[in-house]
Design a protein around this ligand. Structure first.
Ligand code: DLZ
Length: 160
């Protein structure tokens, strides 16, 4: 059950299917890169820890979170992967821009999942401030990248 203090890196390895022979895509936004790269690196380490080969992890960088939609769709159609992790970090500013990027990106990624071809894992942090981002990218609440990798392994395993 999710709680406010859920630690993003805690999981039981026995519950995670092997990733051997599977291929994963990771799309990473460069905005707020001190957080998104920490998530990317954690996701890669966790996939590797569950048997995914380096050559089977395809990483694509995009400028910002809003571009995650296009690159995820492109990867879905062209990269022959079993699941895609879309990683971004939006931090609230002075204008309503935050709300539009969060809503648009979330909607776009959700729509890609309704294709039911390649599962998309939602690695978008939507934070009120930098501390919330730091807490979730290797800080007090673990690393969202670990959680995304575990989710990707489980979703890839839905396919025979
Ligand atoms: C423009 C913008 C702003 C203000 N803030 C963020 C942010 O906190 N996180 C993020 O990933 N991207 C941000 N962007 C960039 C947009 O996602 C997008 O790249 C641009 O609007 C160009 O489409």
């Amino acid at each position: 059950m999710a709680t406010a203090m859920h630690h993003l890196s805690d999981y039981n390895p026995a519950d995670v299917p092997s990733g051997e022979g599977r291929r994963f895509g990771i799309v990473v936004a460069d905005w707020n890169d001190q957080y998104t790269y920490a998530m990317r690196d954690a996701a890669i380490r966790t996939l590797q820890a569950h048997g995914v080969k380096d050559d089977d992890i395809v990483v694509q960088h995009v400028p910002g979170s809003f571009e995650l939609i296009y690159a995820t769709a492109w990867m879905m159609d062209n990269a022959d992967v079993d699941a895609i992790i879309s990683i971004g970090c939006v931090i609230r500013g002075d204008t309503p821009h935050f709300d539009y990027i969060c809503a648009g990106t979330t909607q776009g990624l959700a729509e890609l999942n309704t294709r039911a071809t390649v599962p998309v894992v939602y690695g978008l942090l939507t934070c009120n401030d930098a501390q919330q981002a730091a807490d979730r990218t290797g800080g007090a609440l673990g690393n969202k990248g670990d959680e995304c990798a575990v989710t990707a392994l489980r979703m890839a395993d839905l396919k025979p």
